[in-house]
Design a protein around this ligand. Sequence first.
Ligand code: CDP
Ligand code: CDP
Length: 224
Amino acid sequence: MNKKMNIAIDGPAGAGKSTVAKLVAEQLSFLYIDTGAMYRALTYAALRDEIELNDGPSLFKLLSQIDISLKHEKSGVRVFLNEEDVTDVIRTKEVTSNVSLVSSHELVRVEMVERQRKLAEGGHAVLDGRDIGTFVLPDAKLKVFLTASVEERARRRFEEQQAKGIDSDFEQLKLDIARRDELDSTREFAPLKMANDAIEIDSTTLSIPEVAELIIELAKERTT
Ligand code: CDP
Ligand code: CDP
């Protein structure tokens, strides 16, 4: 696929965005950009530096002092905060329960979006997040809004935790997911919302390869 084309994949937590985006990028030889990991890395840095998470200007100041990079290695995408590999620590419960607050600040989002647009400049990227189709790349050639029932999304997270040997409570996971969706959808600036020209895919009963295949077909259609 030589023509420039970015693919935006947005949707709520646990819909399968990052897993599917990675697979689509791999199959099309595109760059995968995990925008959620960037907000998570900032949240991790803010918690570590004990910055007040309601304070947008202080978070912005911190962000302007740090470099967040996504390095594509054989083992997968690694997330770096300056020189530190934060790939695993940005997935803790503490980061997950605070990331929506950190990412609700307009000052933070404007800076992140600028960085994300630079990363996607080459025109062969798959970005997953909440506001890619509506705000980061309003001209993306293909926009997908990936959903699944909250029950199924909680089940997926539960299984993921079990596989990692982490004890978790299904009902609590469901509540946490619903709370994060609510915060992400109701924030004032660039909320989670389906773009008017996005295609909605409900993955509740679909496997990962099935969703990836659908998106690749759509991408191919758009280039011919
Ligand atoms: O993978 P998961 O659905 O748990 O979340 P994520 O994609 O890692 O994103 C973590 C959080 O970052 C989201 O709940 C949003 O609050 C925020 N986020 C955002 O505001 N905008 C984006 N483009 C991506 C993530
Ligand atoms: O990025 P997002 O939060 O939207 O979801 P994810 O982290 O890609 O996927 C959450 C979990 O659901 C992962 O463990 C995936 O393997 C799994 N999944 C699935 O079982 N079936 C799908 N169709 C998509 C994802």
